[in-house]
Design a protein around this ligand. Sequence first.
Ligand code: ADP
Length: 493
Amino acid sequence: MFRKVLIANRGEIAVRIAGTLQQMGITAVAIYSEPDARALHVRAADEAYALGGKTSAESYLRIEKIIEIARARGIDAIHPGYGFLSENEDFAQACADAGITFIGPSPQVIREMGDKIVAKEKFVAAGVPVVPGWSGSLDAGVDSIRPHAQKIGYPVLIKAAAGGGGKGMRVVRSEKDLASSLEVAQREARAAFGDGRIFLEKYIDRPRHIEFQIFGDTRGNVVHLFERECSIQRRHQKIIEESPSPAMTPELRKKMGDAAVRAAKAIGYTNAGTVEFMLDEAGQFYFLEVNTRLQVEHPVTEMITQHDLVRAQVLVAAGEELPFSQDELARHGHAIECRIYAEDAQRGFLPSTGTLAHYVPPIGANIRVDSGVGEGSEVSSYYDPMLAKLIVWGSDRAEAITKMDWALSHYVVLGVTTSIPFLRAVISHPEFAAGRLHTQFLEQNAIRTEACEPGHALIAAALVLQNGRATTSRIEHAKADGPWQSVGAWRVR
Ligand code: ADP
């Protein structure tokens, strides 16, 4: 087994990975940029080394620098987390070249699945349904593409072969917009991914996003750990995820799970991965893409299966057999995750920066908080504004929703504006309760975020200052009525 593992990441995922490594008796090594010198992930690790630089490009994306640190410090393996270099085949290859184990799939699989056109072809070959579409040469100009778009039928979606994070996608509603959209999409793809290749897909109206967690080892075993529904998205970015999907039936789960495993086997998949699908209103599913890494929303799967996915990643990377077979895997209850962002939903989701004057996450049975920050943390504008993930488990969906609402309402963050009021509004929406989810949910349902007026925050901050940190418990949420209602969510006991 590895003795020392470097975590090539920051924030909540670096903290979370360090925890599992330490629980396995492995030394967790952090790396950090200048603004992160005192970050929580640095304190959570056993050792930490400076990368220098402020922006991602100057720090967490520097392959040579990371390999240099790993070599100098006797690192056996590198866990890339998600984002940053996690799906970068050059990084996986650089690790291999330096004799360091990359905790993830092979560079070849990362490359193939990173190209959506290639991935789609591979999945078609494995007999998995894909969204009807077209890919081919764009050299002959727009006129040669028009008939393909017509055949698919408008609206069509232009996607970037190298796309990710919801970037590089454009919906074309009618033929007159095709030429200009193709041009813009190509330009955007080239700028964002250094790869201007694009392809067309039928734009599916109000689909659900349903993905399967897959896992393979180096001995040819591949399993799935059921589905996650991630239909609540803003600009194609997930914000609430859950498992099981309210739309799932045992038959559909079997069909989709089998398709995911079949395709994973066909490409020789090892370690953790996610096969993403869309499910249309008629119940037909289509392959979307494969993410060759640990997913942000993996705790939802951990809650319902009771398996630590990072531990399984480490074991498999060390050449061991998967710690679970398909028959041994079972689902229990219902888990929901909310991504807590430092942004202001009432001001166009503007990122909010500052120092966390007060930070008290909720505590309770079957409530998990994967946090990248703590009291006193600086939230800067250099990186993704996600502060933490709040995950709850209930014996069924209704219980999980009620618990999530409680947990959100007991999540105290002072110093930056967060998405907590917005998340509460979403999970309290009757359509959410009914499980009628789709990827346009936030655009098509009126989400009324209760204003957290600046005054409320000021009162709360004053109370904190007045009472000091030791008296956190003396600040609690106001009941629905009573004199304290006028100060919003806060009162002194
Ligand atoms: P990325 O790699 O950028 O995340 P994906 O291919 O995974 O891109 O798609 C992200 C999201 O975009 C999906 O979850 C879905 O909401 C939407 N989407 C993608 N393809 C289609 C499509 N053909 N029709 C409708 N929505 C789509």
